[in-house]
Structure formats: structure tokens, C-alpha cells
Design a protein around this ligand. Structure first.
Ligand SMILES: Cc1cc2nc3c(=O)[nH]c(=O)nc-3n(C[C@H](O)[C@H](O)[C@H](O)COP(=O)(O)OP(=O)(O)OC[C@H]3O[C@@H](n4cnc5c(N)ncnc54)[C@H](O)[C@@H]3O)c2cc1C
Ligand code: FES
Ligand code: FES
Length: 1346
């Protein structure tokens, strides 16, 4: 093929329609093509790097070899459009919609309440839809595997899984099988413990259900789009696509491919694009020519022989997995050792979408240091068949093949044709292990393949091969260790040999303390403990096969090292109260009504900010941020940027008319840096161009000259040393703490560090600002929690209207930061007179917008022998970053919550906001409470440990110190803890705490290397905010002549279901069905001066405002109702209009008169408390730090729930977010303050694999709340803290592990309790072997924050 030929025409199908593209650009991915070119915006952008699944589509291709159609899910963000020749793509719009027919998957996820903000929903739908196309009756494992590559930040996954579970015949009850068959309620089944049923439900009236099984559409495969016949007949011809900067060549024969590679040895072969794609996108790699051999049949051939199986290098990892799964069933088990090891790795490698496209050859040649497959291939003696112009050759995949980071010994022009995986021989055994930051869909920290061959009938080692990933620049071999085992002890695979081997291994695989990726001690200990696991497994094998008395048998307690952690999801309960008898069927209040946009979200019709069609002349804005942590700006040179074609302007601080700062909580914050930058990521200027690509290119060419300022401050210790604080500091004291310390039996001082947390809302910061061209009017469409904040520019607010249709998740991160970015975008729109769109990429968003405040908490506690805490002195240091933002409110809230549920007579707290040179931290669900209470609960834990856990469990210390009767808090606010105690007692009862505690103790006695732990944690969480001005709300309600009703209010819909609840309120107040009521977007021109939707009081405030407006209108209709008592709503409305009665009203809610006097240290800062308790149990693998939450039970007092499904959704979602905060999510900064963790590949939020195996939620019955609408309570934030029950359960398990090492008493476990921290805290013989690097003798890879 001549590379000089003209560009070809690309042809593929999308949703059954042919797409012909004459100018296909090799740099365009399917995601942007769908969204921008085809205007199919249901497929979402979440990360752009294959890590979140928001962009999932189904790709179907004809397989000429088997004459079948292959359907697979794929990430559209990594799928080059040029690769789609001959493919049929199905997007969420292609499977169902509200105009014709909603697909059962869309319907079931929506009806099971699996869609909150909805941003992840289309991706979830498409993953599940693809599974059903391949397997209409999937089992639970199929479902969790299919959803493993999709992230959701709102729901906590349980409802999504429950919706999907309705397709599975595996379930025990109608709750999960979608057709009502086999249910105990019908008397069909003896066993029913799913959903809201319990074992007695056969005999009782069924309790209320979250969704109705009878109501679901059946799955009807005949409705699916057929594969376009044209694509089956399509002739295979090579193609070339010429883009602006790249040429894409797609050969169809091997000869052509060899020819191309010979001519362009540096051109990559793009198969799945899961390595090349992210390299281009995130690392700026550029390739003038790309060769795409996905249509070269030879690369997909699979040959099975007696010696092994040979996979074409192009085979996807999913195909490899499926074929190996078949083989292990077909051939004798002893021949499948290597196959099973590969399957072990493939089960956890990436998500399903990645495995579906990533090729086996690509994985090998990418030569990632932590590739999961390469250590297995290498240890398993696998070979590559490679081809080039010079002919074919075979290469053994061994240590000589992997020569460096991303480098192999392949010659540049060589092509891997196939990979040969041998069957295992007699006496040969192989195992693979990996430990990753998250159980699934995460690159491994350490991964390994280990193979041994014994001399037949003996335990003498003939061959031993051990390879590791994650411990060097490439896959590395432990050659010397293997030789030592074989040579020195004549290969007798005994413990003695191994203990020598550990020493050898430590010597051979040593890492520099500054090793990229950090976790050096952990990685090194994993190399040992994984070898230990291998050793035990082999001993077990030998013991089974050639029992000799001298062999140590890994049975009993020791066998726990090789038993996997439990994995099977169990049925869960969600229990809530039915509405009162006699409540009208039309009155939706108190019923589990589906989120009002759930179906539109599931069909992809729901419009998010970036789905708004492009305006005429629209520009795109890209921010330029500081690369220095603290420096003077000497010069900003924009000349080169302005020369980039398409770049229209560069906005600097000078362009801002009027005030160049925003004022939050009384402190000014610059909009764009003027003379100085104070963190990496500080916004300096913004480039606007005709499209995003051009704006990005322009941004890269802005040259900023800096002069570094000395001594940047990153940690709280540095801030304390330099007295770098935002003022005022806060202090509160009850009793006399100092005096009380003199009278106690014990005093203990401890500390805990809690890392920050990235909001990771699935929809990144997005906005479109449109100037009307007249009288300085601007319309701002944005995704934010506080639209009024975004009215800016020194223009009167009556010219700037802000519109929020919906927000794809916010969690506190879309208040202040969004308003600043909206200011910049508005300036650009104002200056250029054109519409400007700004949608941050995930990495930019994570870098710029800050996170939850990391906190260092110190405590000094005085207590008695009986467990009573008499005095406590707590210090909190919050790392605020470079600006104050809302930090001063955060540190106040920290102090107001430090008592949690405990009545400590002498209690003092001090908090301070540390000013550092990190990106400014901001509000995050809980607003300081999750940090505050963790310190308190850690103190309680320390008291228990100090007194000896066998004497008193932490739960007993909690009970001893809990508020028991009407009491005053430390700020002298009177409250009744009755419902707190009820939640606590019911939680213990429902979780069967007492007997499970005993089982845990028994388990720990019986297992040496696995430990279980339990923790029960209470919460008392205030609702409402002390800030006077934001405690109000307004609404506007119109009744139209046709009887339909339009409600506007000041709250924003972020997935928390506020619009659904407002619809319920209006329905009740107007006495009309909810179907007559529409909730419009939040619009500051309809309801002005909106307050933030935050602090769990959106429904409380806006609900009252909507109620007020509806009451006014209902009153106004009173005369017409009296005139015609038999009339209908419609006739009354018509009469009212004729009688000139206004059918429009505003509603207002003034909020409670709350205050806090910090001088007097007293106040009534809150209206009421939401209470709850949570019991979690975990199982920890002490050798790796991996853990599973075996069970969680939550009892919450949320008054009378307006909508139990929405509230249970908030509870479960917040719990999982808390579990992420305390056990998983880690922000990492370089020693110079650069955020490393800028996407889902580096920053792990919980995935489906993280949900508790059994997850029960109970809403406390019989609770009333006179302070909020319909006796409900705010619930958005409180439960997040209960995720700490998992943290303390891990700590409990670690304590048990430490006893094995002879260590009792207190110890520090910082949050999050990652596998790294957990494993190191367990203090196993392996962690003990790792020599600690001398502090100060090296620069660690990452800062220790806070
Ligand atoms: C979100 C995500 C999660 C991941 N998780 C994991 C994980 O947990 N474990 C893990 O091991 N990996 C993981 N990976 C890496 C992934 O497995 C590899 O990127 C993938 O296997 C590479 O295959 P590909 O077909 O996509 O390669 P491409 O990106 O298409 O190509 C990669 C390289 O291989 C070369 N190449 C491809 N085929 C050939 C051939 N036949 N002959 C010669 N050279 C060839 C190309 O020239 C190119 O240099 C992950 C990747 C992503 C994006
Ligand atoms: S946007 Fe494609 S995986 Fe995240
Ligand atoms: S509903 Fe899943 S991210 Fe919001």
C-alpha cells in the first residue's frame, strides 16, 4: 500500500445507521466522535483513560473465522475512530429511549434506584446490556465482572447490582429475579432472606419494597438491533486515514504489515490502544504514523496442540481468558498449571472493557513494570513467535526479553505474531499472585508468577522460576534466589530452604527508598510474603502427592495464608417504614418513588452541562496553571500561544473587569494569579480557541517566567514550624481539662493522620457562558451546587442568570471552585463576545479544584480503670492548601463535632487551618466531621486498647461514655440522645453483634494469617449550617391553565433526589398526582439569591419553600373549590383563571435562628441531629494487607423519610464514599508539591468489588422531627463517617494479627488503612525483615500529607 495515497473513507455503523466519514482523523476517539460529530451525548466523558467506564459502548464485529458476531463492551474514550471500519457500535441511545421503548436494562437499573446523579448510568447500562447480549441469563459473578470496569460515585453500587440481578436466575427470591417466581411471599420458596423480606414473611403482610418486581419489562432479545448484513459481506481492503498530525495505516495481510513495519520501524502497532492511547493523551507522545493491524487475520489465530496453546498476538485478553477457561475444563488438571495462573491474573487485570480490547501481544510488548501477565509468561517458559522482513524467529520470554521500562529485546521492525503457552509437565506447578491498591481494576503494586518443578515422586526441586512485577523498571527475575534454593540445599523444598531464600530475595530484589511509586517497604515485604504463599501452596501439593514425614503440612491455622478472602455477595436487607394506614394513594410522601430523572439518565437523554449543543461561534477555554509551588510571576508570554491556529485570546488577571478576587467567608481569593503563584495547579491564565484541541495546544505554549520563592510549605508540621495559618484559630472547652487530668487513673496521648479525599464527581467541572450581546446580559449554564456564587464579573447580578439542569455529582466540590472557574469563563465570554465552554479534563480537575482537608489529629485522654473518660484534649491541624476557601468553617465544624456521641465532662478542642503550598482544599461531604470524629473514635479505641481489649472492647468504652439522657453538648446545646441510643441498640441487635464478636475471636484463634475484626460506630450529626445567610430558601410555583404545575426552587439536583422530593412535596400540598408536576432547572432568574445545596439541608430548606408556595396557591383556589366541590383540579384551575386568581406564587423559608458565640463558647448552631450506628466486620489478609468487608449493618434515624429509596440511596452511597476515604483513597504529592494522582488509574475510589458482601440498612421506626419538613431529617452527609466502622474493624483485625507477633496495646494506624498500611501494621515476620531506610538519608517519592 502506498502511504502517499489519499485518505480513505471510513465506514461503520452506529445504532443501526451507517456512518461514512471522509475525513477520519487518527487522533479522534469514538467518544468525541459520538458526542461532537453524531450528537449522541448519552455516552459520557469521565476520565478519558479507560479507568471509569462512563464512556462504555458495545462494539459488534463479524468474525470471519467462526462466522459469528462478537459483541463486546469497550471504552469509547480509548477507541480510535479509524479502527472502526466494519464495526457496529451500539450506544445507550441505540438500545431504548422514552419516545419508543425503554430497554429492560435501562428500566431495571432506574427502578431499582441505581441512578442518582446518573452520570455513570449510561456506562453501567451498556456494560450490562453487552453482558445480556452474550448471556441472557447471567449469574452473579458475570454481573459483578461486567460492572467491574464502571465507577459510580453516588450509589454505593448495591442498587445497581440489585437492578441487574433481576436478570439472573440465580437469586433466591422474587426480590432479585424480576418475575416474582419462587418467592416466599407467594409461598413458593422455603428460603427468603433477600430485600426487605425476612424469614417470617410467608406468614405476614409483606413489608414495603424498594421496587416492584411485577412492574418490570421482560428481556426480549428480538428487540435488539441486528448486525448490519453489509458488514458481513464487506471486502477486506487496506486503508489509510490522513489526519492533521498523524497518518493511520490499516493493512489486511501479514505481508503488508511486515512491509509497513519495515518501512516504519518506529511506528507503533495499535491494537487495543490501551497503552498507546493513554501515552498520547496524558504523556504527550506523538507518532506521525500509526499501523493498525486489527484486520490481519494471522494475528488472531489460535492453535491448540498437545504441547500447549498458541494465541495470535492480537487476541484480546478476554478472548484469551475465555479460551483458557475452556481449556482448563477440557484437559487434565495437572497440565493446566500455567493456564490457571494466567486466569488468576486475568480475572483481576483491568476492567472488562479493557480486557475486551487490550491484546495479549500489546500487554507483552508494552512491558509495563507491573504487567500482570509478563511474570507468568516468563516464569512459565512461554515463547513468542516474531516475524520481520528477515523471517521468523522464536524468543523465550525470559529476563533477557525485558530490558527496561517499556522496553523489550524486540527489534524495532519485529512483529509479535503469536504467544505460545505450554501445558505444564509432570511435577510442575505454577502460581500467580498480585496485590493492588484496589481488589479489581487496579494496576498491581506487586505481581508475580512462580513456577517449580519437582523431581518425580520427591520434594526435590529440579527447576524454579520466580518473576516479579512492580519491583523495578520492568518484569524482573529472582534468578539468584532460585539458584540458591536449587543449589545450596539440593532443592529440598523445606522451610529451612525458604528462610534462606527470603534473605537472598531481599538482597536480590532491593528497591531504592526513593523508588518511583513509593511503598518501598510494602513492596519488598510483598515479594517475601507472596513467596511464602507460594511455598505453602507447594507444600500442600507435595503433602497431597508425596507425603513424607519430614514435610511440614500447611494445614490448620497456617492454611489461612492460602485460602482466598471471601468474595460471594450475599443478599442484603433494606428496611423502612410503610406509610401510615389511610394515606391517600395519590400522596407520594413517604413512598420509595424512583428518582424522577432516573429513566432519562438511563437512556442517555438526560442533559448535563457538556451535552448542551455547541452554540454558534462557541469557543473553548483551557486553563494554564502554575508548575511551581511558590514563586513570583516575572512574565507571562502569550505570543506563541496566540499564533496557534484557532486560538482567539488569552485571558489573564488584567482582563478581569472590577474585582479580581472572590470573597469566601470574609477572605478574598484571587480569581487568576497576578504576581505570585502559591501552589502547583494555581490558575494563572486561560486560552480560548475555536476548539479544545487548539486551546490545549495554545495553553502548552504559554510561557510563564517564575522566580522561585524559598521554603514552600507542604505538610502541617512545616506549617506549624513556620506558623503558617489562616486565622482565627478556634478553641472550645467544657469543664476544666487540665485539672481533670490530675484525677484520672490513666493518661494516654496519641495521634492519627487522615489523608485528603478527591471528590471524584463523575462529571468534571463544566460550564458554558453565553453572552446575549445586549446590555451585558450573560447566561451561565453550569454544573454546580451554588449557582448564585457564579454570578460575577462586577456586572449587576440581574444581568447574569445561572442555570443548572442537573449536576453529575458534586459532594461539596462544586461550590467555591466552580464559581472561580465560572468567573474566568465569563470574563472570556465577555471579552470575546462569544459563547465560551469550559469542561475540565479529569486530570485538570483533580489538580486544580482541591479536595477534603487532610488532618493531623492529636489527643490526650484521661480515663478511669472502669473505662470512663474524664478528660480529653484534642488538637486538629487541617491542611488547607494555598487559600482559605471554606477552611475556617471546616475547622469550626471539626470542633463542634468532636464529642460525637460521648459525654466527656472535661473536653477541650483546638483547631487550626494550616496554610500550605498545595492546591486549596474545600468543602467535601461531611465538611470536617469525618475528620473530627475519626480522631475522637481513635481516642476511644486507644482507651480500650490501653485497658486491654479482652477486658473491654471499644464498643463497651463507647457505651460507657455515650450520652444517656437529656444533656448539654460542649457548646451548651440541649438535646435528647434517645434515638442515638435506640440506633446503637438496634444496630447491635440487628447485626447480632454479641455472638459475632465471639465468632470473630474464634476465627482469629483458628487462623494465623487471616484475621477478622469488628467495629460498631455511632454518629450524632448536626443538620443545618451555622452560616446565617445560607439558611434560607425560596421557590416559585406556577399552575398553568391545563392544570400542569411548574416548580422552581433554589436547590440543585446533584443525584441526591431533591427534585423528586420537591415533586412529592408539591403533590401532597396541592393534592394532585405527582405526574402533573414538573420541576424545572435551577435558574437564578426564576428564584434569585439561591443558597448552596449543601450541608444535608437542601430538602429541609427548599422543601419548606416549595410547601409555602403550594400552600399559598392551594389557599387561593379555596373559593373555586367551594363554588364547585364536585369539581376536579382541572376545572378549579380553569375557573380560577377565568376569575382572575393569580396562579403563580413564590414561597419562602427563613430557616432557624441559629448562632454560635465562639467567645462564650456556646450556641445553638444546629437545628437538630441525625443519629445512626453502624457495625462492620472485615477479614484481613495479614500477608498482603488486602481485606474484604464481610458484613455491614446500618441503623439510621432519619425521622420520617419523605422518600425511603432516595434516603437509603444516600445512606449507602455515603457509606461507600466513607469506606473509600478511610480505607482506599490516597492523594499523593511529589516532594515539590505536584499532585501525582490525577485520574482513576492512580486514584482509586471504591468499585463494585468493594461493597460489603452483606449490606443491610434499617431506617429507625417511630422517629419524629419537629424541626424539618414532614418530620424528616437531613441525610446526605452523616453516613459518610460510618465508613470508619470498616477502618476500625481493620484496626481490630490488625490488633489480632499483632498479638501473633507478641505485640499488645495501642498502635497507630493512619487513614486510609490501605493494604500497605494494614500489612505493615500487622507486623508479620516478613514486614519485620525489611530494613527501614534511615530518615533523612533519601528523598521519598511522595510527601507524607497532612
Ligand atoms: C485502565 C487500564 C487498566 C489496566 N490495568 C492493567 C492491569 O491491571 N494489569 C496489566 O497487566 N495491565 C493493565 N493495563 C495495561 C493493558 O493490559 C495494556 O495496555 C494492554 O494489554 C496493551 O495492549 P493493547 O493491545 O491495548 O496495546 P496497544 O496500546 O495497542 O499497543 C501497545 C504497544 O504494544 C505494541 N504492540 C502491540 N501489538 C504488537 C505486536 N503484535 N507486535 C509488536 N508490537 C506490538 C505496540 O507497538 C505498542 O508499542 C491497563 C490498561 C488500562 C488503560
Ligand atoms: S471516560 Fe472512558 S473510561 Fe473514563
Ligand atoms: S449515579 Fe453513579 S456516579 Fe452518580
Amino acid at each position: 500500500m502506498s502511504e502517499n495515497k489519499e485518505t480513505d473513507c471510513l465506514c461503520f455503523y452506529v445504532n443501526g445507521k451507517k456512518v461514512t466519514e471522509n475525513n477520519a482523523d487518527p487522533e479522534t476517539m469514538l467518544l468525541s466522535y459520538l458526542r461532537e460529530r453524531l450528537r449522541l451525548t448519552g455516552t459520557k466523558y469521565g476520565c478519558g483513560g479507560g479507568g471509569c467506564g462512563a464512556c462504555t459502548v458495545m462494539v459488534s464485529r463479524y468474525q470471519p473465522g467462526t462466522k459469528t458476531i462478537l459483541h463486546y463492551s469497550a471504552n469509547a474514550c480509548l477507541l480510535p475512530v479509524c479502527q472502526l471500519q466494519g464495526a457496529a457500535v451500539t450506544t445507550v441511545e441505540g438500545i431504548g429511549n422514552t419516545r419508543t421503548r425503554v430497554h429492560p436494562v435501562q428500566e431495571r437499573i432506574a427502578k431499582a434506584h441505581g441512578s442518582q446523579c446518573g452520570f455513570c448510568t449510561p456506562g453501567m447500562v451498556m456494560s450490562m446490556y453487552t453482558l445480556l447480549r452474550n448471556k441472557p441469563q447471567p449469574n452473579m459473578e458475570d454481573i459483578t465482572v461486567a460492572l467491574g470496569g464502571n465507577l459510580c460515585r453516588c450509589t454505593g453500587y448495591r442498587p445497581i447490582v440489585d437492578g441487574c440481578k433481576t436478570f439472573s436466575p440465580e437469586s433466591n427470591c422474587c426480590q432479585a429475579n424480576g418475575n416474582g417466581a419462587g418467592c416466599c411471599v407467594n409461598g413458593d420458596s422455603e428460603m427468603c432472606f433477600v430485600g426487605t423480606h425476612d424469614i417470617d414473611c410467608v406468614f405476614q403482610e409483606p413489608p414495603p419494597q424498594l421496587f416492584d418486581q411485577e412492574d418490570l419489562l421482560p428481556l426480549d432479545p428480538t428487540q435488539d438491533l441486528i448486525f448490519p448484513p453489509e458488514l458481513i459481506m464487506e471486502p477486506q481492503v487496506s486503508q489509510l486515514f490522513r489526519g492533521e498530525r498523524m497518518v493511520w495505516v490499516s493493512p489486511v495481510s501479514l505481508e503488508e504489515l511486515i512491509q509497513l513495519k519495515t518501512s516504519h520501524p518506529q511506528a507503533p502497532l495499535v491494537m487495543g490502544n490501551t497503552n498507546i492511547g493513554p501515552d498520547i493523551k496524558f504523556k504527550g507522545a506523538w507518532h506521525p504514523i500509526i499501523i493498525s493491524p486489527t484486520r490481519v487475520q494471522e494475528l488472531f489465530e489460535v492453535t491448540k496442540t498437545l504441547q500447549g496453546v498458541c494465541f495470535g498476538a492480537g487476541c484480546s485478553l478476554s478472548v484469551v481468558k475465555a479460551l483458557l477457561e475452556g481449556l482448563v475444563q477440557e484437559i487434565p488438571e495437572e497440565k493446566t498449571e500455567i493456564y490457571r495462573s494466567l486466569l488468576q491474573q486475568l480475572g483481576n487485570l483491568g476492567g472488562q472493557q479493557i480486557r475486551n480490547v487490550a491484546s495479549i501481544g500489546g500487554n507483552i510488548v508494552s512491558a509495563y513494570p507491573n504487567s500482570d501477565l509478563n511474570p507468568v509468561f516468563a516464569a512459565g517458559n512461554c515463547t513468542l513467535n516474531v516475524v520481520s522482513k528477515r523471517g521468523r524467529r522464536e524468543i523465550l520470554l525470559n529476563k533477557d526479553f525485558f530490558v527496561g521500562f517499556g522496553k523489550t529485546s524486540l527489534k524495532p521492525d519485529e512483529i509479535v505474531l503469536s504467544v505460545f503457552i505450554p501445558v505444564s509437565r509432570q511435577g510442575e506447578f505454577m502460581r500467580a499472585f498480585r496485590q493492588a491498591p484496589r481488589k479489581e481494576n487496579a494496576l498491581a503494586t506487586v505481581t508475580t508468577g512462580m513456577r517449580v518443578m519437582f523431581i518425580e515422586g520427591s520434594s526435590v526441586v529440579k527447576e524454579l522460576s520466580i518473576y516479579y512485577g512492580g519491583v523495578g523498571p520492568c518484569t524482573v527475575s529472582a534468578t539468584k534466589t532460585c539458584a540458591a534454593v536449587i543449589g545450596r540445599y539440593r532443592g529440598n523444598f523445606s522451610q529451612l530452604t525458604l528462610s534462606e531464600a527470603y534473605t537472598q530475595l531481599l538482597d536480590e530484589i532491593s528497591l531504592s527508598p526513593s523508588h518511583p511509586g513509593g511503598q518501598v517497604e510494602f513492596r519488598r515485604s510483598l515479594t517475601l510474603s507472596l513467596l511464602f504463599k507460594f511455598n505453602l501452596q507447594m507444600l500442600h501439593k507435595l503433602w497431597e502427592m508425596v507425603w513424607t514425614g519430614s514435610l511440614f503440612a500447611p494445614i490448620g491455622r497456617v492454611s489461612s495464608a492460602i485460602r482466598p478472602l471471601p468474595k460471594q455477595l450475599q443478599p442484603s436487607l433494606q428496611e423502612f417504614q410503610a406509610v401510615v394506614k389511610g394515606q391517600s394513594g395519590d400522596d407520594p410522601v413517604g413512598r420509595p418513588i424512583m428518582h424522577r430523572s432516573a429513566i432519562s439518565q438511563a437512556t442517555g437523554e438526560a442533559v448535563y452541562c457538556d451535552d448542551i449543543p455547541k452554540m454558534d461561534g462557541e469557543l473553548h477555554l483551557v486553563l494554564v496553571t502554575s508548575t511551581r509551588p511558590h514563586a513570583k510571576i516575572l512574565d507571562i508570554d502569550i505570543s506563541e500561544a496566540l499564533r496557534v491556529p484557532g486560538v482567539v485570546d488569552v485571558i489573564t488577571s488584567k482582563d478581569i473587569p472590577g474585582k479580581k478576587f472572590r470573597t469566601f467567608t470574609g477572605i478574598d481569593e484571587g480569581i487568576l494569579a497576578q504576581n505570585e503563584v502559591s501552589c502547583v495547579g494555581h490558575m494563572v491564565c486561560a486560552v480560548v480557541a475555536d476548539n479544545r484541541k487548539q486551546a490545549k495546544r495554545g495553553a502548552a505554549l504559554v510561557k510563564i517566567a517564575y522566580e522561585d520563592l524559598p521554603g514552600p510549605v507542604f505538610t502541617v508540621e512545616e506549617a506549624i514550624e513556620k506558623q503558617s495559618f489562616f486565622l482565627p484559630q478556634r478553641m472550645i472547652e467544657r469543664g476544666n481539662v487540665d485539672e481533670a487530668f490530675d484525677k484520672v487513673d490513666h493518661i494516654y496521648e496519641g495521634e492519627i493522620r487522615l489523608g485528603g479525599q478527591e471528590h471524584f464527581y463523575m462529571e468534571t467541572q463544566s460550564m458554558v457562558v453565553v453572552p446575549s450581546g445586549e446590555e451585558r446580559e450573560l447566561k451561565v449554564y453550569l454544573s454546580c451546587q451554588h449557582p448564585t456564587y457564579a454570578q460575577t464579573l462586577g456586572i449587576p447580578s440581574n444581568r447574569v442568570s445561572c442555570h443548572v439542569k442537573r449536576v453529575g455529582g458534586a459532594f461539596g466540590g462544586k461550590v467555591t471552585k466552580t464559581s472561580i472557574i465560572a468567573c474566568i469563563t465569563s470574563v472570556a465570554a465577555w471579552k470575546t463576545g462569544r459563547a465560551v465552554r469550559c469542561v475540565l479534563e479529569r486530570g485538570e480537575d483533580m489538580l486544580i479544584t482541591g479536595a477534603r482537608h487532610p488532618v493531623l489529629g492529636k489527643h490526650k485522654v484521661g480515663f478511669m480503670n472502669d473505662g470512663r473518660i474524664i478528660a480529653a484534649d484534642l488538637h486538629y491541624y487541617a491542611n488547607s492548601g494555598n487559600t482559605a476557601d471554606e477552611s475556617l468553617l471546616v475547622i469550626e465544624k471539626i470542633l463542634l463535632h468532636l464529642d460525637n456521641a460521648y459525654n466527656v465532662p472535661n473536653l477541650r478542642g483546638r483547631s487550626v487551618a494550616c496554610k500550605t503550598n498545595l492546591p486549596s482544599n474545600t468543602a467535601f461531604r461531611g465538611f470536617g466531621v469525618p475528620q473530627s470524629m475519626l480522631v475522637t473514635e481513635n481516642m476511644i479505641n486507644d482507651v480500650a486498647m490501653k485497658l486491654g481489649c479482652n477486658f473491654l472492647f471499644p464498643e463497651q468504652i463507647r457505651e460507657i461514655n455515650m450520652y444517656k439522657e437529656v444533656s448539654l453538648t460542649h457548646y451548651k446545646f440541649e438535646f435528647d440522645p434517645k434515638n442515638l441510643l435506640r440506633c446503637w441498640d438496634e444496630c447491635k441487635e440487628k447485626s447480632d453483634y454479641g455472638s459475632r464478636r465471639k465468632s470473630v475471636a474464634q476465627f482469629n484463634q483458628q487462623n494465623r494469617w487471616k484475621k477478622r475484626g469488628m467495629a460498631t460506630i455511632p454518629i450524632k450529626f448536626d443538620i443545618f449550617s451555622v452560616r446565617v445567610s445560607v439558611r434560607q430558601a425560596a421557590s416559585l410555583v406556577h399552575i398553568y391553565k391545563d392544570g400542569s404545575v411548574l416548580v422552581s426552587h433554589g436547590g440543585t439536583e446533584m443525584g441526591q433526589g431533591i427534585h423528586t422530593k420537591m415533586q412529592q412535596v408539591a403533590s401532597r400540598e396541592l393534592h394532585i398526582p405527582a405526574s402533573l408536576i414538573h420541576i424545572t432547572e435551577t435558574d437564578t432568574s426564576a428564584v434569585p439569591n439561591t443558597c448552596p445545596s449543601a450541608a444535608s439541608f437542601g430538602t429541609d430548606a427548599n422543601g419548606m419553600a416549595v410547601k409555602d408556595a403550594c400552600e399559598i396557591l392551594y389557599q387561593r383556589l379555596e373559593p373555586v373549590r367551594k363554588q364547585n366541590p364536585e369539581g376536579t383540579w382541572q376545572t378549579w384551575v380553569t375557573s380560577a383563571f377565568i376569575q382572575r386568581i393569580s396562579l403563580s406564587a413564590t414561597g419562602y423559608y427563613r430557616g432557624h435562628d441559629l448562632y454560635m458565640d465562639w467567645e462564650k463558647q456556646e450556641g445553638q448552631p444546629y437545628a437538630y441531629f441525625t443519629y445512626g450506628a453502624c457495625c462492620s466486620e472485615v477479614e484481613v489478609d495479614c500477608l498482603t494487607g488486602d481485606y474484604r468487608t464481610v458484613r455491614t449493618d446500618i441503623v439510621m434515624d432519619i425521622g420520617r423519610s419523605i422518600n425511603p429509596s432516595v434516603d437509603i440511596g444516600q445512606i449507602e452511597g455515603a457509606f461507600i464514599q466513607g469506606l473509600g476515604l478511610y480505607t482506599l483513597e490516597e492523594l499523593k504529592f511529589s516532594p515539590s508539591g505536584v499532585l501525582y494522582t490525577r485520574g482513576p488509574s492512580q486514584y482509586k475510589i471504591p468499585a463494585v468489588c468493594d461493597i460489603p458482601l452483606q449490606f443491610n440498612v434499617y431506617l429507625l421506626s417511630g422517629s419524629d422531627n419537629p424541626h424539618a419538613i414532614y418530620s424528616s431529617k437531613g441525610i446526605g452527609e452523616p453516613v459518610l463517617f460510618l465508613g470508619s466502622s470498616v477502618f476500625f474493624a481493620i484496626k481490630d483485625a490488625v490488633a489480632a494479627a499483632r498479638v501473633e507477633a507478641g505485640m499488645v496495646g495501642t498502635f497507630t494506624l493512619n487513614s486510609p488503612a490501605t493494604p500497605e498500611r494494614t500489612c505493615l501494621a500487622c507486623n508479620t515476620p516478613f514486614t519485620q525483615k525489611i530494613p527501614a531506610s534511615k530518615q533523612g538519608s533519601f528523598q521519598p517519592w511522595a510527601l507524607s500529607i497532612p
